[in-house]
Structures are given as structure tokens and as C-alpha cells.
Design a protein around this ligand. Structure first.
Ligand SMILES: *Cc1c(COP(=O)(O)O)cnc(C)c1O
Length: 403
């Protein structure tokens, strides 16, 4: 369905939004009518270089041929059967994922928040099953983001922000410690703590990579205190940071990892994977979802992950990430360029990120603003040097005019 099919004008469509929609997002002023590779094409034919990739989702580009074909074919054979049935895409995907990231068990969900919710539930049940009724606390990081359901909001360390205001009381059992500060985490853990949960690179928090010492230190801390190490790789997973999972490059294996965003190529799917140590924690009736592991989403994910692996997109992410960071460092008013692979944050010396975002969109480049002074770039992983050059030229113009 695109604008032409409806017979409406763009203004009429926007009016319908105003009438019917809760506007929890401030939208760009165009209709995303068509996606093609690294570009979104608007209703008037204008092309936008998409360096937000649907919030780090379209890692193989828009409407990737292999993903689109897998979705179309699956839609003609089995769209939904429920988890009471064996279905082929689900188990093929389970094997593909577990084998490639060194995990033993998988549990499918429909989104990142749900994957984290499952991870939190698993950790709590593991704690109580094995160590008694008080062993359920989880320590997460300040400035983290783990999702918007009530439990994942409680895990999210952003008190006093629009994300959390007036949704309290939150479910108990979460405390926050300072990211990249091992002593802070060690101090926050007590005898009731069952798990530590962190993003290997904080995304919404401003694109802050963990240090190797921090993650390795957390692994050691968890081993010493019989706690679980939980990684939220909803944003970092599947090649984004230069390895299939960010933890593979840090050389730290978590007990459980969550994933979503890029894994489905645009279809809503999430998952958590665990080591065999947790295999017995979820038994019949312990958790469930009507749609999770839906055949169409799984077929799309199988195609997406196969494409990422076979086309070596992790490697391209590393290479292009380095190239792009080199360019971005030349922008005016830059305080720091940081990130890993193609998960990049640019911090300016002034609070201009929102202006940069909307002015760049006017010039044909899409990015996000994650902090008042920080923009985030998470382009498709198969971008080229010339895509990067183009993005830099637009940003350079925009920032120069602003400052
Ligand atoms: C986006 C994100 C989530 C939430 O995923 P949804 O699919 O939006 O529910 C959780 N954790 C991290 C690190 C994310 O980036």
C-alpha cells in the first residue's frame, strides 16, 4: 500500500494521523513509501540516505531481495500455526543462531522488550529455583535502555525521564550501577542478587561502548558470586559492532543474551539465547506467547542472518565503521566520535543534535538524536565508501550552517 493507492494527498494522510494516532514519535515530514537498499524513497520521489536503518533494523538494506523472497514464499505455505505445532522455519533458525554464536538454547519472542522480559523472568526463576525465594535481584546500568514494558522499564536506568515518568510504581528488584565501573557494580550486588544485565555498547544512552576490562570483570564477578551475566544485544547484535554478537569480540560469553532489531530484516522478532546451564529453567507452561517464533518472521530472520553471515557484513561493518568515523571526526564542533563497527555516536560541543537531525533529513540524510548533543548513525551494514562520503558531505553542510 502506498500513497497513490489511497487516492489521498500527503496533507490528508497527515491529518488522519493527527485525528487517530497517539503521537509518541515526532515524525519526519515525508511518507516512507518505498525502501530500496540504503534509501527510503518518499511519496514525491525524493530519496533519503537511511543512516538510521529503521532504528538499527534494516542491516541488509531496505527490501533486501533474499529477505523479501523468503517472506513472500513463506506467506504462501504457512503464515501462522501457533507454538502447539512443529514448524520448519522456527527450528531451522534456532539451529542457525545457536551454532553461529556459541549458545545452546533459544527462546523466540516478538520484540526486543519481550526478549529482555523473557531474560529477566528466566534469571528470576533460575535464582529462586536454585538458591531460594529471595534470590531475584538484578543490577543494571545507569543510562541503560532495555525496553518499554513495565519490567524492562524498571530495568532501564533512566529515572526522571519521559520514558519512565508517572509509570511507577515499578516492579521491585532492580538497582542501577555506573556503566564501565566495575567497583560500582560489585558494590551494588548483594546476597540476593541473581544477575547483572548490561548492553555491550549502550545505544539509547548515547552510544557508549563498554571497555573489555569492564565486561571481563563482570564475568569474573558473576562467576565468583554465582550470578548470571545477561547481555542485552537487541541493538548491538548481528554484525552491527563488527562481530556477529558484540560479546564475541569482547571475548566474554554471557549466560544469556537477548536480540531483536536487526535479526528479522524488518519483521518483528526477538529472541534470547542461553548456555545449557539454564536449559532446565523454562519447562512446560513457564512462559509463552501466541506469535513468538511465527513462521514468516522466522523465515525472514533465517534469510537475514544467512545474508549477514554469507556476505561477511560484520567485516564490512568494521571496515566502513572505521572509514566513517574517520570522516565524522572532521565535522565542526565535534567533541568525540565513538562506537564500534557501524554503531556510531558523534558528540558535539553544543546541544544541536535535534537540529542536526531535522536539517539533515531536509538535505536527504536520516539519522537519530540520542542525547541533546549526540547523534547516532546505524546505517545498513552493506553500505559503501561513497554512501559514507555522501552522508559526511550532508552532515558537514548542516553542522557548518548551525554553528
Ligand atoms: C531497542 C532496544 C530495546 C527494545 O526493543 P523493542 O523491539 O523496541 O522492544 C531493548 N534494548 C535495547 C538495547 C534496544 O536498543
Amino acid at each position: 500500500m502506498n500513497l497513490k493507492d489511497t487516492g489521498k494527498t500527503k496533507e490528508e494522510l497527515k491529518e488522519l494521523y493527527n485525528t487517530y494516532f497517539y503521537e509518541t514519535f515526532k515524525r519526519f515530514d515525508f511518507i516512507a513509501d518505498k525502501g530500496e537498499g540504503s534509501y527510503i524513497i518518499a511519496e514525491d520521489g525524493k530519496e533519503y540516505l537511511d543512516f538510521m536503518a529503521g532504528i538499527a533494523v534494516n542491516s541488509t538494506g531496505h527490501c533486501n531481495e533474499r529477505v523479501a523472497k523468503a517472506i513472500a514464499e513463506q506467506c504462501q505455505t504457512m503464515i501462522h500455526a501457533s507454538n502447539y505445532c512443529y514448524t520448519v522455519p522456527q527450528v531451522m533458525l534456532a539451529e542457525l543462531i545457536c551454532k553461529n554464536i556459541g549458545m545452546e538454547k533459544i527462546y523466540f519472542q516478538n520484540s526486543g522488550a519481550e526478549a529482555n522480559e523473557a531474560m529477566i523472568k528466566l534469571a528470576r526463576k533460575y535464582g529462586k529455583d536454585n538458591f531460594g525465594p529471595n534470590r531475584y535481584k538484578i543490577v543494571t546500568a545507569s543510562n541503560s535502555f532495555h525496553g518499554r514494558t513495565l519490567a524492562t522499564l524498571a530495568a532501564t536506568g533512566q529515572p526522571g525521564t519521559a520514558i519512565q515518568n508517572n509509570y511507577d510504581p515499578f516492579i521491585p528488584g532492580f538497582t542501577y550501577a555506573e556503566y564501565n565501573n566495575l567497583e560500582s557494580f560489585a558494590a551494588a550486588c548483594d546476597e540476593d542478587t541473581i544477575a547483572v544485565m548490561v548492553e555491550p555498547v549502550q545505544g539509547e544512552g548515547g552510544v557508549i561502548p563498554a571497555t573489555k576490562e569492564f565486561l571481563q570483570g563482570l564475568r569474573k564477578l558473576c562467576d565468583e558470586k554465582n550470578m548470571l551475566l545477561l547481555f542485552d544485544e537487541v541493538q548491538t547484535g548481528w554484525g552491527r559492532t563488527g562481530s556477529l554478537m558484540a560479546y564475541m569480540d569482547f571475548g566474554v560469553k554471557p549466560d544469556c543474551v537477548s536480540m531483536a532489531k536487526a535479526m528479522g530484516g524488518g519483521m518483528p522478532i526477538g529472541a534470547m539465547c542461553t548456555s545449557s546451564k539454564l536449559a532446565l529453567t523454562f519447562g512446560p507452561g513457564a512462559h509463552g506467547s501466541t506469535y513468538a517464533g511465527n513462521p514468516v518472521a522466522c523465515a525472514a530472520s533465517y534469510a537475514q542472518i544467512s545474508e549477514i553471515i554469507e556476505e561477511n557484513l560484520s567485516e564490512n561493518s568494521l571496515k566502513m565503521g572505521e572509514y566513517l568515523r574517520g570522516l565524522l571526526a572532521k565535522l565542526p564542533c565535534v567533541k568525540e566520535v565513538r562506537g564500534k563497527g557501524l554503531m556510531i555516536g558523534v558528540e558535539f560541543t553544543k546541544d544541536i543534535s535535534n537540529d542536526v537531525k531535522y536539517n539533515a533529513a531536509d538535505e536527504g540524510l536520516l539519522i537519530t538524536a540520542v542525547r541533546p548533543a549526540v547523534i547516532r548513525l546505524v546505517p545498513p551494514l552493506n553500505i559503501t565508501e561513497s554512501d559514507c562520503d555522501k552522508a559526511f558531505d550532508i552532515l558537514n553542510n548542516v553542522v557548518t550552517k548551525l554553528v
